[in-house]
Design a protein around this ligand. Sequence first.
Ligand SMILES: *[C@@H]1O[C@H](CO)[C@@H](O)[C@H](O)[C@H]1NC(C)=O
Ligand SMILES: *[C@@H]1O[C@H](CO)[C@@H](O)[C@H](O)[C@H]1NC(C)=O
Ligand SMILES: *[C@@H]1O[C@H](CO)[C@@H](O)[C@H](O)[C@H]1NC(C)=O
Ligand SMILES: *[C@@H]1O[C@H](CO)[C@@H](O)[C@H](O)[C@H]1NC(C)=O
Ligand SMILES: *[C@@H]1O[C@H](CO)[C@@H](O)[C@H](O)[C@H]1NC(C)=O
Length: 403
Amino acid sequence: MKLTNNRIIIKYFGICILTTFLILLIYEYFDDASLKTNFTTKLAEVKCNNFLRPYNKSRFVKLEEETTYSIKNIQEGNGDTNIYQVYSITWHTKPIWASKDILPYKFRNCAFKNCIIRESSDDTSHEIYDALLFHHTEMNIKVPNKTPGQIWVFMSYESESHTVKHFLKKEWDNKFDWVFSYRSDADISFPYGVLHRRHTQSEKNYTSLFQKKSKSVAWVVSNCKSVSNRNQYIKKMMQTIQIDVYGKCGKTCSSSWNSDKCFKDLSKDYKFYLAFENSICNDYVSEKVFRLYQDGFDFIPVYRGARNIKDILPNGTFISSLDFSSPSQLALYLKNVGSNESAYTNYLKAKDKFFSNGYTRQEVLQFMYCSVCEKLNNKYKRSPKLNLTTWMLEKKCIIPKDV
Ligand SMILES: *[C@@H]1O[C@H](CO)[C@@H](O)[C@H](O)[C@H]1NC(C)=O
Ligand SMILES: *[C@@H]1O[C@H](CO)[C@@H](O)[C@H](O)[C@H]1NC(C)=O
Ligand SMILES: *[C@@H]1O[C@H](CO)[C@@H](O)[C@H](O)[C@H]1NC(C)=O
Ligand SMILES: *[C@@H]1O[C@H](CO)[C@@H](O)[C@H](O)[C@H]1NC(C)=O
Ligand SMILES: *[C@@H]1O[C@H](CO)[C@@H](O)[C@H](O)[C@H]1NC(C)=O
C-alpha cells in the first residue's frame, strides 16, 4: 500500500519536472524571438502572458491542428466548434512578393492561433471567409460582393501618394474596415524600422574615422524621378557642395548598388549620406534611413521626408532638411560640420548609441497575420467607421516649398 503511494508520488514528481522543463524550453524559444525586434518582443509578451493565464480552450488551438481545419468544416459548422472558434482569412489580392512558402507556420508566433489563412480566393468562394485581405497594387480587379459582417483589410506599405491611385474607383468606396500601414494611426500599424539603444558603446577611433574621409556627400538612388522634387533639391545643393550620385542614375558602387557592402564602402570615404524619401508624408520613414543605423554605416544621415521625423529618430543623430530654409542653407551647414571634427564626430557618436535591424517581408506578413487574427478574436471595431478615401487624404502628403 505504502509502496504504491510512493510510486504515485514519484510518478507525479516526474511529470512535474517534465512540465517545468517544457515550460523552460518554450520560454527559451520566446526569448530568442524577443531579442530580434520590438514587435516580436511584444508578441512574446502577449504570448507569455497568455501562457500564464488559466488555460482557455476557446483561445488556443494546438499547433498540429492548424492545418487540419478545412474551410468546408467551418462553413458547415462541423469540427469541434464547442471548443474552438476558428476564424478564416484569405488574400483576395495578394502582394506579388508574398510567395506561398514565405511563412511555413503562419500563426505559431501569434497571441491567437485560432485562425487559418488561404493564399487566394476566387469570386465563388470568398464569401465564406471572416476576413479578406487586399494589397493595394493588385486591386485593378472587379470589386467582389461583401458578405455582411465580413472584414475587409486594406494593406499598403507605401506612401499615400503612391497608394491613392489604386483604390479610388467608386466601387471600393466604403468597403474597407481596417487598414494596415506604416502610419501610426492605422488599425494595424507597422513601421519600416525601430531604433534600439545599444547596451555597449562601440570603441571606434572617431578621429581616425573622420580623418580618413576625403569626400563629402553620397547619394544612392534607384528611382530617377520622384514626386518629392528631391532631384531638384539635390541639384540646388550641388551648387554649394560636392554630391556624388550612385546607383541606377549615377556612378557604380563597389558592389551591387543596393547592397550593405556598397553603403559600408561609401561610408569610409564620405561624411554624409542623403536619405531622401520619394514622398514627404507624416510617419513615412522608410528603410532608406533605418538601414543607416546598422553597424559599419559610419556616415551622418541627412534626412528629407516625414515632418515628424524628430519623433521617430533620436535628436543629434541625423540632420533634417526641414531645419533649413533652402537647399543651399543645408549645404552650407554640411560644409561647416564636415570641416569641424568635434561637431562631426558628435553626430556619429550620438548615432552609434542606437542600432536598427530592419524588418523582413516575412516579419511584416507575420505581424499582419497575427494582428488580423487577434482583432478578429477581440471583435475589434473601428470607430468612426473607416472611409478609406478620407483616411488616405486627410493627412495629405505635402509638396515641399523649399525648392
Ligand atoms: C475564453 O476566451 C473567450 C474568447 O476570447 C472568452 O469569451 C471567454 O470569456 C474566456 N473564458 C475564460 C474562462 O476566460
Ligand atoms: C586615433 O587615431 C588617430 C589618428 O589616426 C591617432 O593619432 C590616435 O592616436 C588614435 N587614438 C587611439 C586612442 O588609438
Ligand atoms: C537637438 O539637438 C540640438 C543640437 O544637436 C539642440 O540644439 C536641440 O536643443 C536639441 N533638441 C531637443 C528637442 O533635444
Ligand atoms: C566646431 O564645433 C564645435 C561644436 O561641436 C564648436 O564648439 C566649435 O566652435 C566649432 N569650431 C569651429 C572652428 O567652428
Ligand atoms: C468618403 O469620403 C469621400 C471623400 O471625403 C467622400 O467623397 C465619400 O462620399 C465618402 N464616402 C462615404 C460612403 O461616406
